[in-house]
Design a binder for this molecule. Structure first.
Ligand code: 2HG
Ligand code: ZN
Length: 456
């Protein structure tokens, strides 16, 4: 059936060999089957429009594919779909200094966008460990967050305009890079976080900003999780934070072992907070640190003395996910309001400890955003299937705690295949009905990333 692809693309834009299917058919999840029927590489918006028209005619399912760094299976092709890779649509199309807007194709890699912004004397602040391979289209489709959300917000906040090919093949141009535009429904925001289920994001106008001062990094050893929140409040009252991240002692052990890094402090603490802030705020930060020490919240701390040391301290946080990947972890990406975090972490930690006294539980996350990453590590020798089955037994109980606190079962990693069947813990049946109706309007042929986010 995919022979029809040859009608609308050139041979060099289509791959069907086993290695390519495996490579482009998967994201960073490893728990779903990978079985696409072809991978295609459009060069232009016209190619995408033709592909969508063809898919509707021939009944092909299309899976949009960016840097494939997702953690929820949103870009996995498990059922004979055609993967549509944006690797060839990777050009910066223009920059308008007066608007501080850069226009990119969807396949521009995040780090390339950051570098381009720096060349213009400006700054693109959305940043995460995968910025070397994630693409701007995927970031928009998942409303990617990352490590500077506390100061700069999420990807959504930087999208000023969006060109989209909907599932019915219509090309729509949303918001035109305007700041003010009170003309009704802002369709741009419908596509941000839509996980490729409504259409293909082909181009975006991205806002840039003034670069910050050089940043300092502080790592603090904290006595109790509750105190991490007290430390956050104390620093936030004193200065503007660019980041406020957290990790547990176990997470620190894993990342230092994996990357051969030095421990940040002389002693061990149950939890660590990593803070980033403007160099000019150093005295305010020192005062806040003294206050936290006096309260007994913090036991020790280190402040970066150079850019190289700051980068090394960041590795302690950014390297965690990669350092535990070899344990085939069971992952959760949860959000509650910041005020609810201590009680929530206590509840979920107790639940996990009681259910799996034999498993290692690794906590880290973006505390400043109310976002916790829970990773349960598979013991060596236990088969992956048996491990995931055991973990899934308590998923509903974790999600009940999330629902009780009106939290989110996916703070920043998206729903994809991984969380799809649990969406009702975070979205009401009325909301789900609206989402399904929107899907029907924009993708009536159900060709766009079927089975992701919504069941159909
Ligand atoms: C992070 O914050 C990423 O490091 C990955 O969102 C989180 O691997 C994870 O669970
Ligand atoms: Zn994260």
């Amino acid at each position: 059936m995919t022979q029809a692809l040859d009608e609308c693309l050139s041979p060099k834009q289509i791959r069907r060999d086993a290695d390519s299917l495996q490579h482009w058919g998967v994201d960073w999840t490893r728990s779903f089957p990978v079985a696409p029927s072809a991978v295609v590489f459009p060069d232009s918006t016209d190619d995408v429009v033709r592909l969508v028209q063809l898919a509707n005619r021939e009944g092909l399912s299309l899976v949009p594919s960016g840097g494939r760094t997702g953690l929820s299976g949103g870009a996995v092709a498990s059922d004979g779909e055609v993967v549509v890779s944006f690797d060839r649509m990777d050009r910066v199309l223009g920059f308008e200094p007066a608007d501080r807007l850069v226009t990119c194709q969807a396949g521009v890699v995040t780090q390339a966008l950051q570098a381009y912004a720096a060349e213009q004397g400006l700054f693109y602040p959305v940043d995460f460990a995968s910025s070397g391979s994630s693409q701007i289209g995927g970031n928009i489709a998942t409303n990617a967050g990352g490590i500077k959300v506390i100061r700069y917000g999420l990807t959504r906040d930087w999208v000023a305009g969006l060109r989209v090919v909907t599932g019915s093949g219509a090309l729509i141009d949303c918001n035109h890079g305007l700041i003010k535009n009170a003309t009704g429904y802002d369709l741009r925001h419908l596509f941000v976080g839509s996980e490729g289920t409504l259409g293909f994001i082909v181009e975006a106008d991205i806002r840039l900003t003034t670069p910050p001062e050089p940043q300092l990094v502080m790592v603090l050893g904290v006595n109790r999780f509750r105190d991490v929140l007290a430390v956050l409040g104390c620093f936030q009252n004193a200065l503007t934070l660019t980041a406020f991240e957290f990790f547990s002692e176990l997470a620190l052990q894993k990342v230092t072992a994996h990357r051969g890094l030095a421990r940040p402090l002389a002693g061990e603490a149950p939890f660590y907070a990593l803070l980033e802030f403007d160099e000019s705020a150093v005295e305010l930060a020192a005062e806040a640190f003294e206050a936290c020490l006096a309260e007994g919240w913090v036991q020790d701390g280190v402040l970066s003395q150079s850019q190289a040391q700051a980068a090394n301290l960041w590795q302690l946080r950014e390297g965690i996910s990669e350092s535990i990947a070899g344990y085939t972890p069971y992952k959760n990406d949860l959000a509650v309001r910041i005020s609810q975090m201590p009680d929530f972490l206590d509840e979920v930690d107790a639940l996990v400890q009681e259910s799996y006294p034999d498993f290692e539980v690794c906590w880290y996350g973006h505390i400043g955003d109310g976002n916790l990453h829970l990773n349960i590590l598979k013991p060596q020798g236990l088969a992956a299937e048996a491990f995931f089955q055991r973990c899934h037994e308590i998923s509903p109980r974790i999600f009940e705690r999330v629902a009780f606190r009106n939290g989110s079962i996916s703070a920043e990693h998206g729903v994809g295949l991984l969380k799809r069947d649990f969406l009702s813990y975070s979205r009401s049946s009325e909301e789900l009905a609206v989402m399904e109706a929107l899907k029907q309007v924009l993708d009536p042929g159900q060709i766009m990333n079927p089975g992701k986010l919504l069941r159909r």
